[in-house]
Ligand binder design. Structure first.
Ligand SMILES: [Zn+2]
Length: 111
């Protein structure tokens, strides 16, 4: 992969990481305002809390993939399929820069 393209992908990953870290902070239940209210309000808050926990989990999973892609860039191991060791197609990395697998393996895993 040419350096310029690699740098573009890296910038995108760094941007995504920063954005997701901010989002994670925003959805963190610790930052949720809890107002003493009637029972109905409390039920809403419990529901919101559950939604935030689920969302935080999705964000965390994505962050892990991004961080691992960035580490691989540092180790010059980026762009190699973790399953078959072949090069991941550049067009796939354009769409999904944190992809860990090549097209073929992705297809295998997702049916
Ligand atoms: Zn593969």
């Amino acid at each position: 992969m040419i350096k310029k393209r690699l740098k573009q992908l890296r910038d995108r990953l760094l941007g995504d990481r920063d954005r997701l870290e901010k989002e994670l902070e925003e959805v963190s239940p610790a930052n949720m305002e809890v107002n003493p209210g009637d029972e109905e309000e409390q039920a809403d808050e419990v529901e919101e809390m559950a939604g935030r926990v689920a969302l935080a989990e999705v964000i965390r999973r994505r962050l892990r993939r991004i961080r691992s892609a960035l580490t691989k860039m540092q180790n010059k191991a980026y762009g190699t399929c973790e399953n078959c060791d072949k090069k991941i197609e550049e067009e796939l990395l354009e769409v999904d820069p944190e992809s860990r697998y090549c097209k073929e393996c992705k297809r295998k895993f997702h049916g």
